[in-house]
Write a protein that binds this ligand. Structure first.
Ligand SMILES: [Ca+2]
Ligand SMILES: [Ca+2]
Length: 178
């Protein structure tokens, strides 16, 4: 059912801000759509097996935290979210992230606002967020123990800066608990 986003016309990666690379367009042909404001949303933190980290709507959902490090509010209207299952959620105009803010999506299979129609696999999963221009950001989440989040050491840090953190910080800035 879902197609056209992988490997995709853009470079993917997990830093969320490489849309303006020119290395995907060296033949002088079509250029990728560009935004007047760079879209730098990142997948900031993921929990695939939540039993005590975050309760929402009477449920303990798996969750995905997105972060907007820019100085402008970002609408995610029309963006897609999926994992390795076949289920895809299209976000609507209610999905916005304030400047410097966070958006937590609940992977619960509950049919409620803010919830996704799939759960995440604690044996390991891949979370993908697809922008309207079909470029995407993606994170491979390793096998995780109950209530351990897979989190960037600092918000939207680039590269191999992921750690496992008990409880995580859903909806708040990522901090390393020493
Ligand atoms: Ca799960
Ligand atoms: Ca966080």
């Amino acid at each position: 059912m879902f197609c056209g986003c992988g490997p995709g016309p853009a470079d993917g990666g997990d830093d969320g801000n490489r849309d303006t690379d020119t290395d995907t367009d060296t033949d002088g042909g079509t250029t990728l759509p560009t935004y007047s404001t760079p879209i730098q949303i990142c997948i900031n933190e993921v929990m695939t097996d939540n039993s005590g980290s975050l309760m929402v709507d009477g449920d303990w959902p798996d969750w995905i935290e997105l972060h907007n490090p820019t100085s402008e509010e970002q609408s995610l209207d029309g963006w897609l979210v999926h994992d390795q299952s076949d289920t895809v959620q299209r976000l609507d105009a209610t999905s916005t992230i304030p400047a410097g803010g966070f958006l937590v999506l609940y992977a619960s299979e509950l049919d409620l606002p803010g919830h996704l129609p799939f759960k995440l696999n604690s044996e390991g999963d891949v979370v993908t967020v697809v922008r309207p221009d079909a470029s995407f950001i993606e994170v491979s989440v390793p096998q995780s123990a109950t209530d351990w989040a897979f989190a960037r050491e600092t918000d939207c840090c680039v590269g191999e800066c992921w750690i496992a953190e008990l409880w995580g910080t859903p909806g708040e800035t990522n901090v390393i608990v020493e």
